[in-house]
Ligand binder design. Structure first.
Ligand code: SF4
Length: 685
């Protein structure tokens, strides 16, 4: 036990609040974390983000009292006053416009129990308008994989990826974004001789370990993947037995890919044709080849189509259903997998049961006592687009859409058009600046519950700190809103998170049979309890998760980027760096992490910089029709010509001022990776 003047800390193994790898850590004293030996980080190793996880816990900017807007300014309110204001605000909108005029944004940073209850709150209020920030990162991956294979999650486990012979990493940078997964599972495979193919327009730490780097032009992944498929077919590198037994639709795909001009596609994708052929051969000749996919693939208006093209490669080569193979999205937040598993999505109930399925709704009604609505709700991106029209109120739970949504200037105006808005958060953020009521919640270190990591492992979180001031545990806040906003107060009375989890396991079939005791200090993996002890490791072994023995092969045509380039424009692509995390709300700019890299920078190729008279380190103005951002330029050959890169972590400069709000037509994920911009020295303006 350790104490600061204001807070009490206790060291208990819990799960890192940052990326989806799910390392175990605990309080080490002096405001720092130390790794704890856990199911994923078996030697207790953690990365710089995990080590700095306690930066926010005792931060002096933590929200400690409810805030209510009066005359344009926030004043401190009691919990009763604040909750009453929320009940009046949401109740008034429901009374006048109906429950579908309210949108609920759930949190990938919060536990399964909190998100499950948040989804139940929305549905017992009478709407399926509930979504989480998976919409902004991997919704397209989930859509494509669910459509083709029957499950929108990693097909394999981190452990068995260390047995692979070839890693095809597309649009992901695991060396920086999932460091412990990279060091503990992927790097050992590479050191054992596995070939690493890295597809990314920016050379980064992952590229340093790669045998082949394909610096694809943003938005040209389908051309690249189809060209690889064409090489597989032309050079007979497909798995004939697998194609015959486990797939349908080969003839149509073969016809399409046989007509692909590999050199022309490589040129369109901006990569060397011979390197592309070498990559296809390495992937096709490997006994076990695994694809790892990230937001460089998913955050496009072509995101769903991109992942369809990747799934084609895995099926063509029989690289599904065996250890060391598969299609594996690495998830970005510690519970982005779980938030979706437990049903904070507008079209599915807990366990991915469609809201349109009467039997699924009836199963949920048996537990809830009320049947959820049958019509799919609005995605987060669609809801923001309809603020002030169909949507008149929003409940934001631990998310920061004013920073994370594209076209940020339009998002801020959209918030102004709402009749009522409330946020539950631990800090004032760009989003809490826009709402009517702010409820001070709990951070990761102050709560119990479970989270589900990137390879489907459900693990337990344990509190390491008490609450600051009058902040409350998120589960209690959501339950209180459930009691006050819905007509079913008894449906929100629980004796703690374990009881909520027990209900979740009865409602979500993939979690059926799990328990807190069973998880203990280890994990239980969904789908449970099929397959190996502790859950199912490798998916799709005999049958696909869809229930079918065969998965379809689907021809995928290139999709042109939504944002066409104007004269002299460069392609702005966005991403993350190891020293920061997403919108910054979980790290605060003044924290330990940001001290490692005090300034964000626009990465620009020296040739593009010279063409524009930009010097290394010079302040530049980056502009398009959506806005203007001023930022320091860093010249580097790591980013390809024609492309500039900037992180999306910060509210200032807010790079999402420049990103477009065109959406993938299937998954409604925004185009974050391809925005036309001009770049010029600030002094020239
Ligand atoms: S790899 Fe991810 S889960 Fe592990 S310590 Fe780093 S940020 Fe946390």
């Amino acid at each position: 036990m350790s104490e600061t003047p204001n807070r009490t800390f206790e060291s208990r193994p819990t799960v890192c609040p940052f990326c989806g790898v799910g390392c175990s850590l605990e309080y080490a004293g002096a405001g720092r974390a130390t790794g704890a030996e856990g199911p994923v980080n078996r030697r207790g190793e953690i990365c710089p983000k995990g080590a700095a996880a306690f930066d926010v816990v005792d931060h002096d900017e933590r929200l400690t009292e409810p805030l209510a807007r009066v005359g344009g300014h926030f004043v401190t309110a009691t919990w009763e006053e604040a909750i009453e204001r929320v009940a009046e605000g949401i109740g008034g909108v429901v009374e006048e416009h109906g429950p579908d005029a309210v949108a609920f944004f759930a949190s990938s940073n919060c536990t399964n129990e909190e998100n499950y209850l948040f989804g139940k709150l929305a549905r017992l209020l009478g709407t399926n308008n509930v979504d989480n920030c998976a919409r902004l990162c991997h919704a397209s991956t989930v859509a494509a994989m669910n459509d083709r294979l029957g499950a929108g999650a990693m097909t394999n486990t981190l452990e068995d990826l260390s047995e692979t012979d070839c890693l095809l990493v597309t649009g992901a940078n695991p060396a920086e974004q999932h460091p412990i997964a990279f060091r503990s599972y992927l790097l050992p495979a590479i050191r054992d001789g596995a070939t690493l193919i890295h597809v990314d327009p920016r050379a980064n730490d992952t590229t340093e370990a790669a045998d082949v780097h394909l610096p694809v032009r943003p938005g040209r992944d389908i051309e690249l993947l189809n060209a690889m498929g064409a090489v597989l077919i032309a050079e007979s590198l497909t798995d004939e037995a697998f194609l015959a037994e486990r797939t349908t639709g080969f003839d149509a795909l073969e016809e399409q890919l046989s007509a692909v001009d590999v050199d022309a596609n490589a040129r369109a994708a901006g990569v060397d044709p011979e390197r592309l052929r070498a990559a296809a051969r390495a992937y096709g000749e490997a006994d076990r080849a695994a694809a790892i996919t990230g937001m460089g693939m998913s955050q496009h208006t072509s995101g769903t189509a991109n992942v369809h093209a990747l799934v084609n490669l895995a099926l063509l080569t029989g690289n599904v259903g065996r250890p060391g193979t598969g299609v594996n999205p690495l998830r970005g937040q510690n519970n982005v997998q779980g938030a979706s598993d437990v049903g904070t999505l507008p079209d599915v109930l807990p366990g991915y049961e469609p809201v349109t399925d009467p039997e699924a709704r009836a199963r949920v009604a048996d537990e809830w006592g009320v049947e959820p609505p049958a019509e799919p709700g609005l995605t987060e991106t669609a809801a923001v687009d309809r603020f002030g029209e169909e949507v008149r109120a929003v409940v934001v739970f631990g998310e920061n859409p004013a920073v994370t949504e594209p076209n940020a200037t339009a998002v801020r105006s959209a918030f102004d058009s709402l009749e009522f808005s409330v946020a539950i958060d631990i800090f004032e953020t760009a989003t809490t600046d826009l709402v009517d009521v702010v409820l001070p919640g709990s951070c990761w270190a102050e709560k119990s519950g479970t989270v589900t990591n990137t390879d489907r492992r459900v693990m337990r979180m344990r509190p390491n700190a008490d609450l600051p001031g009058n902040a409350r545990r998120d589960l209690e806040v959501v339950a209180e809103l459930g009691r006050r906003l819905t007509g079913y107060p008894e449906a929100f009375r629980y004796d703690g998170p374990e009881e909520v989890f027990a209900e979740l396991t009865r409602v979500a079939p993939i979690y059926g049979g799990m328990s807190y005791d069973g998880i203990g200090e280890g994990y239980e993996r969904w789908p449970y309890p099929a397959g190996a002890e502790g859950g199912t490791d490798v998916l799709h072994t005999e049958r696909f998760a869809s229930g079918d023995r065969r998965a379809p092969l689907v021809p995928v045509d290139p999709v042109p980027p939504a944002d066409e380039l104007g004269d002299g424009e460069l392609v702005l692509t966005t991403g993350r760096v190891i020293e920061q995390f997403n919108s910054g709300a979980l790290t605060r700019r003044s924290g330990t992490l940001t001290a490692m890299r005090p300034e964000d920078a626009l990465l620009i190729h020296p040739d593009d910089a010279a063409d524009r008279g930009v010097e290394d380190g010079e302040t530049v103005v980056v502009s398009n029709e959506r806005g203007t951002v001023t930022v320091e330029a860093a010249t580097t050959p790591d980013v390809r010509t024609g492309v500039v890169f900037c992180t999306f972590h910060y509210a200032e400069p807010l790079i999402n001022t420049l990103t477009g709000d065109e959406l993938d037509p299937i998954a409604e994920i925004p185009e974050y990776k391809h925005s036309g911009v001009t770049v010029e020295p600030a002094d020239d303006r």
